[in-house]
Ligand binder design. Structure first.
Ligand code: MF3
Ligand code: CO
Length: 250
């Protein structure tokens, strides 16, 4: 079901978003070669508990952790593990915060130590593709406008767009309608309306867009072992344009 949120619901989601931003800022400080993604998971658990919030992903369809941690060729839903991050890795940390029932969802790709030029470019292009998608998240625009902006830009830069996972409506559960693909045609699909809250979360690959599923039935990775990056924001459609509730720059 597609819902449109009240002012009060949006305020609750914003409070969850503020806490999520705080988590990402702490993670940014701790990322370096030698730490493990299980340590990041523990940090997030602790920070959320301190603020009376809970990690919404944990237990969602049986997902076992507070965060998803997807390294290099892992596209999304990587399990945190007791394995040291290596100099040159890229790692995407994705989480959903629940604070008093308000949800916020945001993923960010971090460079571990010195990442090569191609990897840095992949990260930059992925972040810019998110920004291009957000520009289109306007009341009256259609869902295809978002995907088209992302796909045109990312493919124009020589990268590929993952097809098997999309953005989504969010609240009161993590995944609500509508799906928000990161590829598509302009002026196609559902029209965005004021009060809708969606995620935009392009997963961009350096090689082929195709993915395969790990044995754990959660983690998706590229079929050609190329790296994948991802940035995600939770966004409210307002009459004054897109409002980022997981903005790290305000
Ligand atoms: N945060 C993820 C997303 O952006 C949701 C992951 S659900 C989980 O869609 F169960 F895998 F954590
Ligand atoms: Co997410």
């Amino acid at each position: 079901m597609i819902t449109r949120k009240s002012k009060r619901e949006i305020e609750q989601m914003q409070a969850a978003g503020d806490l999520l931003v705080q988590c990402h800022k702490e993670i940014a400080k701790m990322i370096k070669p030698g730490i493990t993604t299980l340590e990041i998971d523990a940090l997030v658990e602790k920070l959320l508990a301190k603020h009376g919030a809970t990690p919404e992903q944990k237990g969602y369809n049986g997902y076992p952790y507070a965060i998803c941690a997807s390294i290099n060729d892992e596209i999304c839903h990587g399990f945190p593990r007791d394995e040291k991050l290596q100099d040159g890795d890229i790692v995407t940390i994705d989480m959903v915060v629940n604070l008093n029932g308000g949800l916020a969802d945001s993923a960010w790709t971090y460079a571990v130590g010195n990442v090569d030029e191609k990897g840095k470019r992949l990260m930059e292009v992925t972040k810019t593709s998110l920004d291009k998608g957000i520009e289109q998240a306007q009341a009256g625009n259609r869902i295809g406008d978002i995907g088209h902006a992302i796909q045109t830009y990312a493919e124009g830069e020589g990268f590929s767009v993952v097809r098997d996972f999309t953005g989504h409506g969010i609240g009161p559960t993590i995944h609500e309608d509508p799906h928000i693909p990161h590829f598509g045609l302009p002026n196609k699909g559902l029209r965005l309306k004021e009060g809708m809250v969606i995620t935009i979360e392009p997963m961009i690959n350096e090689g082929s867009w195709q993915s395969k599923m790990d044995q754990n039935n959660w983690t998706a990775r590229t079929i050609d072992k190329g790296r994948s990056a991802q940035y995600e924001h939770t966004i409210v459609i307002t009459k004054d344009g897109p409002l980022l509730i997981t903005d790290q720059d305000k």
